[in-house]
Design a protein around this ligand. Structure first.
Ligand SMILES: [Zn+2]
Length: 495
């Protein structure tokens, strides 16, 4: 089986988001293998009208109405975008709830009907095609759009969205706290709390983007382990929770107990064989295997990275500056005395959280044409648009990660809009190097530090015995750049 990458919860102007549907599909195809585009559809317990929330209720209801009107057309467009072997699509819509928290319905069927119901159970009971319902931003305060773990049913929800633009819902001390106007992260509603209640489910992440840029870097992506890139195989992987969540970087993880991969629910005896292999995109800072919600094995970055030999990963990041309207880049990287083994894109769309009385955005808000233009054994050319960072703690940059086979003498030259920055791998093993495009407040190119293979890889095997009638093992990966992966638990019942 192979890893595939997707975004199964994100929005555009088919409901109350922004940006066109076709452009959203184009952005998704640019850096994902599979995608669902989600229409905001229902809210069964929306507040009774009060003047101070008139705007909020109004934009939700108008959005639901817009989706209902064009639902057949939306589904047909998403259906047409499905290309087995290249790009897989699924149908999706979202149901808000104060009582049960927000969920999105996912289905492989274009006959999926929009149904308004008082609970996730009641909703799926009326859906007559294959479907699951995925809780998201679970850690909001109970009764305030957070999950209700008491009524969570893993038969209906084999996976839970643990990370998105809202932040990480893994635990109340996880990086990426919730900062949206919807409020704080409540420990009783986190993913760890659900596992502690004995609920069994897999981990997923999606952007919850609201301006039509599925896969926008840093906002969440789901990895699935599937036989092939077909709707049938991606769907089977989601049902089996053969999934894991990443914040953005495509951290490759293999994790198994007695050869059963993440997401499995198995019966297994003593001396169970636990295998873990991680291949990061930046230096690994810490890899933690959790057993029954507690750290069981911890590998620190200081135990890795002894050898400075290749292959290397080198990140080329573009952005900064002060141009609100965006800065267009035409860039090329040339590698001498080395070979490009792989390229990963970290492109972002502009972010809009929700409508406000004074914001409106054109349907082409994220028609950025971010893409690889050409690539060879030692060159890659690309185009992207970046924007001024919205705050000093919130990046809006774009990057490419090159995997380069070579040695300390291998050189990387970046040509960007007529300027050139060149450094050897040997120099980049010691320091990152930046270059500005102009005088004050201008855009910048950053060649990140080169990361040798030994700092990217972590492979371990252990043997373990039962501790409880059903032991759950899961993995958290943290890189130096704070990009993370959360690998679905393997549930081991004792025989
Ligand atoms: Zn949503």
């Amino acid at each position: 089986m192979q890893l595939y990458w997707g975004d199964i919860h994100n929005h555009c102007d088919i409901s109350y988001g922004f940006g066109g549907l076709e452009n959203a599909l184009l952005a998704a195809r640019g850096q994902l293998d599979f995608c669902a585009i989600t229409g905001h559809a229902t809210w069964h317990d929306i507040h009774d009208w009060r003047p101070e929330i008139d705007f909020l209720i109004g934009f939700h209801r108008r959005g639901f109405g817009r989706l209902a009107e064009q639902w057949a057309e939306v589904k047909a467009t998403i259906e047409r975008a499905d290309q087995p072997g290249r790009f897989v699509t699924l149908q999706s819509y979202e149901a808000h709830s104060r009582q049960y928290g927000d969920h999105h319905v996912l289905s492989p069927s274009a006959d999926l009907a929009i149904i308004e119901a008082p609970s996730p159970q009641a909703l799926l009971a009326q859906v007559d095609v294959p479907a699951i319902i995925v809780p998201h931003h679970v850690a909001y305060v109970p009764g305030y759009r957070g999950i209700a773990w008491d009524s969570f049913d893993p038969q209906l929800s084999p996976i839970v969205e643990v990370y998105s633009k809202h932040g990480s819902g893994m635990s109340d001390d996880s990086p990426y706290p919730y900062l949206h106007t919807m409020g704080a992260r409540d420990g009783r509603n986190t993913v760890r709390a659900g596992l502690a209640h004995g609920k069994r489910f897999g981990f997923a992440a999606s952007t919850d983007h609201h301006a039509g840029y599925p896969g926008s870097y840093g906002d969440g992506r789901t990895a699935v382990l599937a036989d092939a890139l077909t709707r049938e195989d991606i769907w089977s992987a989601l049902l089996a929770a053969r999934t894991y969540a990443v914040t953005g970087d495509r951290i490759a993880c293999a994790f198994a107990v007695d050869d059963h991969p993440f997401g499995s629910q198995i019966q297994v005896g003593a001396h169970r064989h636990i295998h873990l292999a991680v291949h990061g995109c930046d230096a690994l800072d810490r890899v933690t295997v959790f057993k029954n919600n507690r750290p069981w094995r911890v590998i620190g970055g200081h135990e890795l990275g002894a050898s400075q030999s290749g292959p290397y990963k080198v990140r080329i990041e573009l952005g900064w500056g002060d141009k609100q309207g965006g800065y267009s880049w035409d860039a090329e990287a040339r590698v001498s005395d080395g070979t490009i083994l792989g390229i990963e894109t970290c492109f972002r769309g502009q972010s809009v959280l929700a409508p406000t009385p004074d914001n409106d955005h054109p349907s082409d808000i994220n028609a950025l044409d971010n893409r690889i233009l050409a690539q060879g054994n030692d060159t890659v050319a690309w185009h992207c648009i970046t924007f001024k960072n919205p705050s000093t703690l919130h990046p809006a940059t774009a990057a490419l990660i090159l995997e380069i086979d070579g040695d300390a003498k291998t050189c990387i030259e970046v040509l960007a809009n007529g300027r050139s920055l060149r450094a050897s791998v040997g120099e980049l093993l010691a320091y990152s190097q930046g270059m500005h495009m102009d005088e004050w407040s201008s855009e910048c190119v950053l060649l990140h530090r080169a990361v040798p293979r030994s700092a990217l890889l972590c492979e371990r095997d252990w043997y373990d015995d039962p501790e409880t009638p059903c032991d759950a093992y899961d993995v958290e990966v943290r890189q130096h750049n704070l990009q993370m992966a959360w690998v679905s638990p393997i549930y081991c019942g004792s025989v």
